[in-house]
Write a protein that binds this ligand. Structure first.
Ligand code: ATP
Length: 243
């Protein structure tokens, strides 16, 4: 049985005169990986910023775990364990890998003991063994792919219910893109985290997602199960080239 964890109802957003979101509605069910697709400038990042409270919708409502969060401050939304991993993998470059992970646990540090945090770090190292090998290395000296893994690992440390991932594969080589997206799938399977994922790489993201929504000019123009979207002639034409 599926139950909705996130509901976007008729949300609009404008940057001054620029209408970036035009009455969009969609939902994410608990345990799903949902891909939000679309060309550059379609409005995908603006959606994630509205959900995470960095921007406030000009109209419409957002519900997380059946509670309205439309006007809630970003910090309060983080406390509800709705966590955004923004574009350009923002790891703390002058801190070690392990300190980056401790910082990820900061928000629930008061509630969790040190022992629980250390257990979580071990679990994260189980998922990303390379981060264990590099635990004392400075974040800024990791490769692009490893920094992306660290950004995701740090987000896991805040025990997310819902993870919003903004283009985790940006700037990564094709093989590494596949690796990072496979980690996202493993993360859902092993940590039971629900994921809303923005990706330029439509084919790779639909291969790990359960469902997808396609945006164009601030509206959702198509939605469906990943398999159907992958086989949709219009999607193939617009995003998948001849693959
Ligand atoms: P990309 O993949 O390029 O990040 P996107 O689908 O995430 O694209 P958004 O970044 O959400 O798209 O942008 C949606 C629209 O809003 C675009 O027309 C963009 O130019 C505009 N926009 C985004 N940020 C701002 C801003 N700070 N000020 C004004 N317009 C903006």
């Amino acid at each position: 049985m599926t139950s909705s964890i996130l509901e976007i109802k008729d949300v609009s957003y404008s940057y001054g005169p620029i209408k970036a979101l035009d009455h969009i509605s969609f939902e994410v069910n608990k345990g799903e990986i949902v891909a939000l697709l679309g060309a550059n400038g379609a409005g995908k990042t603006t959606v994630l910023k509205n959900i995470s409270g960095l921007l406030k919708p000009t109209a419409g409502q957002i519900f997380f775990e059946n509670e309205e969060i439309t006007r809630l401050e970003a910090e309060k939304i983080v406390e509800k364990r709705l966590i955004l991993v923004p574009e350009h993998r923002q790891v703390f470059s002058t801190l070690s890998v392990i300190d980056n992970l401790y910082l990820g646990a900061f928000h629930h540090y008061k509630k969790s003991g040190k022992k629980e945090i250390e257990q979580d770090i071990e679990k994260v190292f189980g998922l990303f063994p390379i981060l264990k090998e590099r635990k004392d290395q400075l974040g800024g000296t990791l490769s692009g792919g490893q920094q992306q893994m660290l950004a995701i690992a740090r987000a896991i440390m805040s025990k997310p219910e819902l993870l919003l991932l903004d283009e985790p594969s940006l700037g990564l080589a094709p093989l590494i893109v596949k690796e990072v997206l496979n980690y996202v799938k493993q993360l859902r399977d092993e940590f039971e985290v629900t994921v809303l994922l923005i990706e330029q790489n439509v084919s790779a993201s639909l291969k790990i997602a359960d469902r997808g929504y396609v945006m164009s000019h601030g509206s959702i123009i198509k939605q469906g199960d990943s398999i159907n979207l992958l086989n949709d002639p219009e999607i193939k034409e617009a995003f998948l080239g001849h693959t």
